[in-house]
Design a protein around this ligand. Structure first.
Ligand SMILES: [Zn+2]
Length: 264
């Protein structure tokens, strides 16, 4: 039986001499894998549509075991991502994170939109770090964790100076600081952005340009939170971290220079 879906390639692996196993995250069926016969050969009609990040309408044949990919109509080839080392590293991290977050064959149209929109922003040239931070925040509920970001996680107050407490699972106001002396001290700007990233409708994202220091704080909060609450091993993360270090060396690390690197 032939079936059609709108999907994005989130993982690929070689299978034998010339085939590939392609994992697609689709709007209609969630995540599933198909065999793409001959896709490793350059002249195969499946080779372009079975590459990582490809967004297409896929036609596949369902069998008893793994289905087989028949053809695909490109929606977006994501060239802007594939031709940029930094963007492709961030995109690889994001699709791997999503792959870890979802179970096979579980549909979630909201999540499909989130992935499609995030990759589209990357492809258009938005700051890859910012898109990745937003993506990580929005993926938290999919992993089953929900940090408290609209009030103090301890007393419920909405006004005050806030830090971020891993132990209390969210923001901690100045009245409650004594409850967690290890709470991460962050600026009001970072507090505002954490909230924004978590609750924002991604379709309404305007232009974003953040100071290097703000990105650093956001990264610290989000990565620490992931380590404590999500705890998945992401292969592409170490490559991403190497790249980040390389970028720092390339661009210099003085605050004066970083100011010039915050916009795209
Ligand atoms: Zn409080």
């Amino acid at each position: 039986m032939l079936q059609k879906c709108e999907g994005i390639v989130v993982r690929t692996s070689d299978y034998g001499e010339s085939d590939k196993i392609v994992t697609i995250y689709s709007r209609e069926f969630g995540k599933f894998a198909v065999m793409a016969r001959g896709a490793k050969k350059a002249n195969s009609r499946l080779s372009s549509i079975s590459q990582l990040f490809t967004y297409a309408y896929f036609l596949f044949r369902k069998g008893n075991g793994m289905g087989s990919l028949q053809q695909g109509d490109l929606v977006a080839s994501q060239r802007g991502i594939k031709e940029d080392l930094f963007k492709s590293a961030y995109a690889a991290y994001m699709v791997e994170l999503l792959d870890k977050a979802v179970e096979d064959r579980k549909t979630n149209p909201y999540l499909f939109e989130l992935l499609a929109q995030s990759l589209s922003y990357l492809n258009e040239g938005y700051d890859e770090e910012v898109i990745c931070l937003i993506f990580e925040m929005k993926l938290l509920p999919v992993f089953g964790v929900q940090p408290v970001l609209d009030r103090c996680a301890h007393c419920g107050e909405t006004e005050g100076h806030f830090s971020f407490s891993i132990r209390e699972n969210g923001l901690l106001c100045h009245r409650c600081w004594s409850n967690d002396s290890y709470a991460l001290k962050i600026t009001p700007q970072t507090v505002r952005l954490l909230k924004l990233f978590y609750f924002l409708d991604l379709n309404r994202l305007g232009s974003v340009s953040l100071q290097e220091q703000t990105k650093k704080e956001l990264r610290l909060v989000i990565r620490t939170y992931y380590d404590e609450y999500v705890g998945v091993f992401i292969k592409s993360k170490s490559f991403l971290e190497q790249l980040d270090r390389m970028k720092t060396v390339l661009h210099g690390d003085s605050p004066e220079e970083n100011k010039n690197n915050t916009t795209k």
